[in-house]
Design a protein around this ligand. Sequence first.
Ligand code: FDA
Length: 395
Amino acid sequence: MMMQVDVVVIGAGAAGLMCAAQAGYRGRSVLLLDNAKKPGRKILISGGGRCNFTNHQAGPHAFLSGNPHFCKSALARYTQQDFIDLVDRHGVNYHEKTLGQLFCDESAKEIVEALLTECEWAGVTQQYQTEVLAVSKGDDGFLLDTSKGEIRCHSLVVATGGLSMPKLGATPYGFKLAEQFGLQVLPTRAGLVPFTLHQAEKDAFADLAGVSLPVVVTAEDGTSFKEAMLFTHRGLSGPAILQISSFWLPGQKIHINLLPDLDIPAAIKGWAEAHPAQELKTVLGRELPKRFVDKLVELGQLVNKPMRQYNERELAAIANLLRDWPILPNGTEGYRTAEVTLGGVDTNELSSKTMEARKVTGLYFIGEVVDVTGWLGGYNFQWAWSSGWVAGQYC
Ligand code: FDA
């Protein structure tokens, strides 16, 4: 039997759940479809199982997009405070970790449960393990051929997310659907992702796996982040590296300030005066992980001797290395471990007010499938909530 609803939302992730509930509250009959067994799988694993669901500092500055202005409208109309109010209404306890990042005290499950409760209150019908086989458009809406039968709807919302974590069921379906309807899709690549190193560096740093240090890391476009960097068995990770990976292109170097809180030349001069008999390794070992300092000496990047034996030129060279430790990544770990997908449905194709496709009445794209990608720290969920909420007011 053919099913007829006002709105079909494809994808019961962060953006789809939010949008479905909002459309339901407007009195629209809504069917939320997903090819997975359950909703919100990425929410469940996010933030180490505690879901970093938004950020106090969320704003357009924290998003990458071909059109940096596009996200402004949705972020202003459904803010981090709006989502915090929703979380409060559902009695979810949370805390601020660092840099404005809000995490559940208990479990990410509470966020999924809150959104499912909203969907229930709004009368949304949900259908899982459903493949959309084909979509066509007629004068009065869309016809979907799915693995569970045909569905007609007036509005179709695509909330299928990005390509990261294919193990969790990520598919390029949303991009394909956009192309089917003649919308431009910008090239995609993995973002918020660890770097791999070339073999020589990988071997050299492998025994530092687990060592972490605060740094300022800068990309070639000048973007920089001050957070922790972590050595792994495959290369470099940690928040600073994940952040900068979204601004990195193959072949480019990243530049790492290893002592971001110090005026390095002045500090080195001070150490040389205060501890002339101590070796550089000893002095630096008080500021940086000892194993890392030993490694820099082992690799010949630093020459170790008593501080009094360095001349001015040598002290300046040490300062330069510590202020700008250059790394040429081999690549990234790709979609397998990436948190997000950069690129996607071109924002020029969409209304920033409604998220509706300019060329196709009734077709909406929300969340990560759109070319709007946030920094690490709860920004990507905020985009999912904001874009889902605005589309829910119109679809
Ligand atoms: P999302 O991926 O949530 O949902 C898409 C849905 O569409 C899925 O349910 C999927 O099954 C479904 N789907 C896909 N193809 C389909 C098809 N062909 N047919 C039917 N259904 C289909 N962000 C953040 O702000 N804070 C955080 O703490 C984290 N942590 C984090 C950890 C990890 C490991 C990852 C991989 C990602 C994060 N993120 C994050 C990013 C965040 O999870 C992501 O940006 C949002 O989930 C995007 O929301 P969407 O609703 O757009 O896609």
